[in-house]
Design a protein around this ligand. Sequence first.
Ligand code: NDP
Length: 211
Amino acid sequence: AVQLPVALIVAATHGSLGIGRAGTLPWRLPTDMTFFRLVSSAPGESSCQPAVVMGRKSWESIPNKFRPLKNRVNVVLSRTVTDFGSGTHTFSSLAQALSALSRAPHPASTIPPVSSIYIIGGAEIYTEALKHPATSRVILTTVYADEDAVRCDTFLPDFRRTGEWEQKPTADLRRLLCEIKCREAVDLIPEDGDRVRENGLEYEFTLWEKR
Ligand code: NDP
């Protein structure tokens, strides 16, 4: 069984949970990018780094100069490619990746021990991770965008309506970020339920937990 905390971290439209368009992000949200970087690289109390797990298409969407993602153990899932270069670890299934990450360090493993596991997309990987029993949290940036204007072509399944997941108060998200020693990310969350406003879009950081 997978012992480490597994969380999705994702930005999606409020209405239809749109997350992508033409292989990239449908928006440019600098504060959300900073939030993502801070949270997914926070080691917490541990002396090791978190792991980020992504699909082959999301890996390819990261500009060369930014990959592998710094201060994180990069795991790429693919059924066709076996090696994405130095600083990456490849698996051909999510279950294999999660169990290898939680077993490390294994004598035969090249994968270092990790402090926690973040699923960072895209839709195929999120969809599978939402069904995996080890996944307990979704850190969701809800983007209040006009669906016709952002024209997403890639969506999350609507986990909010399955009854399996419950939205937690913002105070719980702040507490979680403090636990992982990520105060800088706490400072990005507006007071009093205000939304962040950037590039003509409004959005908020939310936390969902499996019931
Ligand atoms: P993914 O990034 O999920 O990659 C899909 C690929 O991953 C597949 O083609 C396959 O690679 C591999 N794969 C999928 N499932 C498995 C599995 N179970 N085991 C092994 N390999 C697997 O692609 P999507 O098209 O679903 O999503 C990409 C879109 O999502 C882009 O537009 C991107 O910008 C967006 N995105 C949005 C985010 C957000 O927060 N808004 C975050 C991340 C991405 P192969 O074909 O090589 O076998």
